[in-house]
Design a protein around this ligand. Structure first.
Ligand code: SAH
Ligand code: DHB
Ligand code: MG
Length: 226
């Protein structure tokens, strides 16, 4: 019998898939262990999702990648590994402490010269990126209340063909629960509003996929800027 009545093998399957297809190497493992040692929450993407980010970067031929929400650099390392040679990844992180841990992990993965960490609230650092070459891929994974603002920035800093990935769009199903939507301490309403923004935006062609595993029930949206 499962040790959790509502866990029909998802976690074991995820472990098998990660082990078989998306096994974190030492540099990626360090991004998880140093986060825990520094007291950060274990909210990095799952290894299978990180590998998807790497593949999306490679499939799209991304040379310029923007990430919002670095934590300890786990998703950053996956994304940077999928980036075209000579590319640049800019990652925005609110916390100087998180950024310092991420810097070490990214340098440890030998990606230091490819990754530029911008420290501070992303709504302050994103405007400073305007005027540069457009980003080919944008991964949004920070404070959910700003999701819609980050989507607006992703479009502004992108081009037709830019791929936007938005994490945590299912939020354990709370995006459709009246009580969660009415709770100001829950980001469900902001997440739902950001999905509605995507769905009604004339320049975004999008879908969302639900996920389940050790990180619970969640999902991500993919949006193509047209
Ligand atoms: N993408 C990471 C996880 C990010 S967790 C991974 O998968 O490995 C979310 C991060 O967003 C945290 O480090 C948090 O400090 C940061 N964050 C929160 N509010 C922010 C803001 N206003 N601007 C930039 N980063 C923010
Ligand atoms: C949380 C944030 C995330 O980006 C995530 O992937 C999982 C959880 C959180 O704030 O709880
Ligand atoms: Mg996330």
């Amino acid at each position: 019998m499962s040790d959790h009545p509502a866990e029909p093998g998802w976690i074991g399957v995820e472990r098998f898939l990660a082990q078989t297809l998306a096994k974190p190497d030492a540099a990626l493992q360090a991004a998880v262990s140093t986060a825990a040692a520094a007291g950060m929450p274990a909210i990095e993407v799952a290894p299978t999702a990180g590998k998807l980010l790497m593949l999306l970067a490679r499939i799209s031929g991304a040379r310029r990648i923007l990430e919002i929400g670095t934590l300890a650099g786990f998703s950053t390392i996956w994304l940077a590994r999928g980036m075209a040679d000579g590319g640049t990844l800019v990652t925005c992180e609110y916390s100087p402490e998180h950024a310092a841990v991420a810097r070490k992990n990214i340098d440890g993965a030998r990606l230091g010269s490819d990754v530029d960490i911008r420290v501070g609230p992303a709504m302050d650092t994103l405007p400073l990126l305007a005027g540069g070459a457009p980003f080919d891929l944008v991964f949004i994974d920070a404070d959910k209340v700003n999701n819609t603002h980050y989507l607006e920035w992703a479009i502004k800093l992108g081009r037709p063909g830019t791929l936007i990935v938005l994490d945590n769009v299912v939020w354990d199903g709370r995006i459709i629960h009246e009580k969660s939507l009415a709770d100001p301490a829950d980001d469900a309403a902001a997440i739902r509003a950001s999905l509605e923004f995507i769905g009604s935006h004339p320049r975004l062609e999008a879908t969302a996929i639900q996920t389940v595993g050790a990180k619970g029930w969640d999902g991500f949206a993919l949006a193509l800027v047209t």
